[in-house]
Design a protein around this ligand. Sequence first.
Ligand code: ADP
Length: 217
Amino acid sequence: MRVVLLGPPGSGKGTHGKGLSAELHVPLISTGDILRQAIAEGTRLGLAAQADVKSGQLVADATVLGLIETRLDLADAANGFLLDGFPRTVAQADGLAALLTVGIGRTLDHVVNLMIPAEAVVSRLRDRWLCSSCGAIYNLSTKPPKVAGTCDLCGSALKQRADDEPATVRARLEVYERETAPLVAYYAQRGVLRNVDASGPAEQVYGAIRRILRPAA
Ligand code: ADP
């Protein structure tokens, strides 16, 4: 099961990806998470990526392709993966196709396109809070934590992402439209695009993705 979750920031790639990863027994690989971890650890990759991530611009294709190549080589990705936030440009999509063909002689099974209007994204991300320890995702209007500022699952403090403030979200949306939206046509041409309306309640969206990835279940 080799799947790409495509969609603008705030479309639910990470939220749904976590559940799907557990259900399908394949790792959820988020280039955003890998980059944020590298930044927190102050590695060479983190230092190189820091300014772009903070301002909502894309990190260089070669950098991201390098980290994906390393990640897909790990044993847990041998039977498949869910990619969240990658590819984000046509060059990254071409690079991924080359990696898969050369590495395992395979192609992607599905590209799930989570469709949501831009206005909905700004308010969703403004209200998004994340657990600083386990990464659980909350939303003050649709999925608030039971105790304000505290993770329901592990009790750690919740935090907001620095790039979720509205001005940076608008920059990320512009970058998405310019660099990433062309991948919708790219994958439609290759016969793997599956469109999902991502603006409804989370359970409904999850169900729609699940029907695509596990039609018999
Ligand atoms: P979201 O999908 O919510 O915008 P991510 O966590 O996927 O956020 O990404 C956060 C930031 O990390 C992006 O704005 C960008 O700076 C960087 N990034 C993540 N994935 C990529 C990628 N595939 N190519 C270039 N930059 C990336």
